[in-house]
Design a protein around this ligand. Structure first.
Ligand code: UD1
Ligand code: CA
Length: 469
């Protein structure tokens, strides 16, 4: 016989987490499982995993079903393998069935089980910690995170008894008229005594309306068995918004950006000319007195220093920008680093670990890939600089190209300090240009140029008269 754990021992129970993520999400009208849709540049499931990990649980189980492999990969990118267990729910028979799918791993554990939904992505770890705290304090068998909504349509309603204590949950499709008037809803986030949950789960029956097994039937069963079911009414309804369709997804994306921007203005001292037109990911950090112009998109793991200007139409992803940097209009910068006092653009493209050292400049229509542009060096117009190392105070003339690709391999170009590369020079890599060297306009450099040497080549020859006809 299984024994009910004595309640006073819940204090030191370890935490396990179960994330439900097997559903397709029909209302997304997508071929892609709902939890794989992206919010703030990351799949919904990744957000939930990150929050889950912040609670330092013993283990995180994820129930997968639709596109199980892709969902596993998305989880794998966020969590360590040891920490994670996957459970396959073959057929999506409801949230009760989804939890039951993990029975073999959890039913005998003396733990506290925090259940999260893969489609409720912006719940904060602090909120979950408070939920857990209340669950412990009240020695509850189940604590439900609830919020009040102006329009509760679609959610399970929290029905309280005459003493305002929990009675049961009424689902949208199953509830009576009166029940559906209630505005306090079930967020789908709970804390359970693991053993008791799995005992009660054996007793739930399919909904007569939808045929699904509802996890939401368990709290009422616990209560009928004399256990405490506690309600944690949270004041931020947006935080537990579940995403069921693309309009809700877009709303939440906007909310994430809005909150980030407000925080940057009020806490970090960043100016926005038109905050409504700007998208800033939640992880982006920006320094004091930096000004962000309209229609800028900053995303991923991006850090921008103090006193920068980021002009309109620029997108920066996973990049580091120092202090006093000016980024002109319509630049694309990914996986790159820009040191203090550089200027970039307009219409420049940095990617693949491009690095600009202090005070360097790249101008109109310059693309840099896996290239270091040294201190104070400039490439002001129309260039491709790929797989190159360029020294200090060197000038790259308009139209210069590092011909890094020979059809098979990518080859390196090395350019020294104080070099003057003439306009339209083709540097056929692998090739090295020594310190203080110069090239004439239109030179095709196939061999290394020694220090302090002028190289010219490929001059035009006048070959014949032409007539216009
Ligand atoms: C559920 C709750 C509802 C609550 C709402 C909050 C039930 C019966 N209802 O409704 O009270 O107000 O969440 O957002 O639980 N899932 C599976 N396997 C399944 C079914 C669902 O893994 O068989 C997963 C989904 O992928 C999703 C989560 O469980 O991540 C919630 O399922 P969903 O169908 O969205 O439940 P709701 O109808 O929103
Ligand atoms: Ca939902």
């Amino acid at each position: 016989m299984e024994q009910s754990p004595n309640s006073s021992s819940t204090d030191n129970l370890s935490i396990d987490i179960l994330i439900l993520a097997a559903g397709l999400g029909t209302r997304m009208r997508s071929n892609k499982a709902k939890v794989l849709h992206e919010l703030d540049g990351k799949p919904l499931i990744a957000h939930v995993c990150r929050t889950a990990a912040a609670l330092a649980p013993e283990k995180i189980f994820v129930v997968v079903g639709h596109q199980a492999d892709e969902v596993k990969q998305a989880v794998g990118r966020e969590l360590g393998e040891e920490q994670t267990g996957f459970v396959l729910q073959k057929e999506q028979l409801g949230t009760g069935d989804a939890v039951d799918a993990a029975r073999e791993f959890l039913q005998d554990k003396d733990s506290m089980l925090v259940i999260l939904s893969g489609d409720v992505p912006i719940i904060r770890a602090e909120t979950l910690a408070s939920l857990i705290q209340q669950h412990r304090n009240q020695k509850a068998a189940c604590t439900i995170l609830t919020v009040e909504l102006k329009d509760p349509t679609g959610y399970g309603r929290i029905i309280r008894d005459e003493n305002k204590k929990f009675s049961h949950i009424a689902e949208q499709k199953d509830g009576s008229k009166d029940e559906l008037k209630v505005r306090e809803i079930n967020s789908g986030i709970y804390c359970f005594n693991t053993r008791l949950l799995y005992q009660m789960l054996k007793q739930i029956t399919p909904s007569p309306v939808t045929g699904e097994y509802y996890l939401t039937d368990v709290p009422a069963l616990l209560r009928e068995n004399g256990e405490t079911v506690s309600l944690y009414l949270h004041n931020d309804a947006r935080e537990v918004s579940g995403i069921n369709n693309r309009a809700e997804l877009a709303d939440l994306e906007r909310l994430v950006h809005r909150r980030t921007i407000k925080n940057l203005m009020l806490e970090s001292g960043v100016s926005f000319i038109d905050p409504k037109s700007v998208c800033i990911g939640a992880d982006v950090r920006i320094g004091r007195d930096t000004v962000i112009y309209p229609n800028v998109y900053l995303e991923g793991d991006t850090v921008i220093g103090d006193e920068c200007e980021i002009r309109s139409g620029t997108r920066i992803k996973d990049s580091k920008v120092g202090n006093g940097v000016i980024i002109q209009d319509n630049c694309l910068i990914t996986d790159s680093e820009i040191e203090n006092d550089c200027t970039v653009g307009p219409m420049a493209h940095l990617r693949g670990q491009a690095k600009m050292e202090e005070g360097a400049k790249i101008g109109n229509f310059v693309e840099m890939k896996k290239t270091v542009l040294g201190k104070g060096s400039k490439a002001s117009h129309l260039s491709y600089l790929g797989d190159a190392t360029i020294g200090e105070n060197t000038n790259i003339g308009a139209g210069t190209i590092t011909c890094n690709y020979d059809g098979k391999n990518k080859n390196k170009t090395v350019i020294g300090n104080n070099v003057k590369i003439g306009s339209d020079t083709m540097l056929v890599a692998p090739v090295t240009v020594g310190d203080g060297a110069m090239t004439g306009a239109g030179t095709v450099v196939r061999k290394d140029i020694p220090e302090n040497t002028l190289a010219v080549g490929q001059p035009a020859r006048n070959i014949r008269k032409v007539t216009s006809e």
